[in-house]
Every structure is written in C-alpha cells, then in structure tokens.
Design a protein around this ligand. Sequence first.
Ligand SMILES: CCCCCCCC(=O)SCCNC(=O)CCNC(=O)[C@H](O)C(C)(C)COP(=O)(O)OP(=O)(O)OC[C@H]1O[C@@H](n2cnc3c(N)ncnc32)[C@H](O)[C@@H]1OP(=O)(O)O
Length: 164
Amino acid sequence: MQALLAMWSEKFVGYPDGSDLPAHHDHCLGCGPENPHGHRLRAVRHGDGVQAWHTFDNRHVGAPGIAHGGAVATVVDDLYGFLLFLEGGPAVTRQLAVDYLAPVLIGTTYRLDAQVARREGRKLFVTAGATAPDGRPVITSTAVFVKVSVEHFAQGISPDVPGD
Ligand SMILES: CCCCCCCC(=O)SCCNC(=O)CCNC(=O)[C@H](O)C(C)(C)COP(=O)(O)OP(=O)(O)OC[C@H]1O[C@@H](n2cnc3c(N)ncnc32)[C@H](O)[C@@H]1OP(=O)(O)O
C-alpha cells in the first residue's frame, strides 16, 4: 500500500502541454510496457485534454483485419485514464459507451483524443474519439469516471499478482 501511495504521488504532478504522460503502471492492459497482451498506449497532454496515436495489431483482431470492439473499448478506457494525470488524482470508470462508426483496421494508425466535458462533484463526464488517417471519425465515446481515494486500489493488491 505504501508503494502504491508513493507511485501515485509521483505521477499526479503537473504536466506541461505536449508532454508525455506516464503509464498507469507497468502491467496495465492499456498502457503498461511490461504487459505482453497489452496495447502499450502512449499519450500526451494536448491542451486541456490528451491525445494518442495508436495502431492495433493482430493480437487485437476481431473480424479478419478489423480490431475487436472490446480491444477498441480498452484503449478508449485507458485513454480516459490519462486525463486523470491532468485532474491530479485517481478515478475509475463507472460507465463507458462507445459508438463504432466505422471499422477500426489492424495496422492503421488512428489519432485518439479525450477531454473532460464536465465535472460534477466526484464525477468526471468525459468524451473521446478516434480519427482515421483520412480524417474520418471511426469511433466516438462518452464515459463517467468517479474519483476515488488511493485506498480503493488496495482491493486488488495480492502478493501473487505481477505489478502489485
Ligand atoms: C488510475 C486509474 C487508471 C485508469 C485505468 C483505466 C480505467 C479503468 O479501467 S478503471 C477499472 C474499471 N472500473 C471499476 O473497477 C470501477 C468499479 N466501480 C466501483 O468501484 C464503484 O462503483 C465506485 C467506487 C466507482 C463508486 O461506487 P459508489 O460510491 O457506490 O457509487 P455508485 O452508486 O456506483 O455511483 C457513483 C456516482 O456515479 C453516478 N452514476 C452511475 N452511473 C452513471 C451514469 N451512467 N451516468 C451518470 N452518472 C452515473 C451515480 O449517480 C453516482 O453519483 P453521485 O456521486 O452524485 O452519487
């Protein structure tokens, strides 16, 4: 728990516009560099939001040549997680909606953007989208994140799980 507290306090600091944002942790399915099944999403601060460029590979295939919808949702959910570094503290996904406007193709690089649309008490209402190289939107999303204390994450800590 102490290590977790230390990790959070190191990461929830100010990030200038355009700077790289850190992974949530090394084994995070969305962005962890040590997760062999993960997406290794990298994101930067972009104004008051976050931006990423992402390419799905054959580990994430659904229909041939097309990214699995769940994989796309994972990346969008994790992208929202980068907004929390700008908010200054942790929160978790309470509700996530994804509109799939067009197939997300394996091997194509998409631009993803996310921002906080509204804050209400402990809730963050966030929006995101992904754009194809020709500028077409391929997904849009909304979500509700709820701010939590670091103690929330103690529920998942086990000595047998890598990264804990
Ligand atoms: C540092 C983070 C890394 C980010 C990684 C990427 C993101 C993730 O994968 S997070 C992991 C997945 N998410 C989770 O595990 C969260 C599981 N859920 C929980 O733990 C709890 O529901 C928790 C702590 C969020 C809130 O619990 P609880 O305090 O009982 O409140 P709950 O009844 O669920 O509702 C919370 C608020 O959301 C509101 N709410 C719920 N659904 C909706 C909705 N669809 N639209 C609008 N508001 C909603 C509720 O009305 C409530 O509002 P208020 O604060 O005004 O009362």
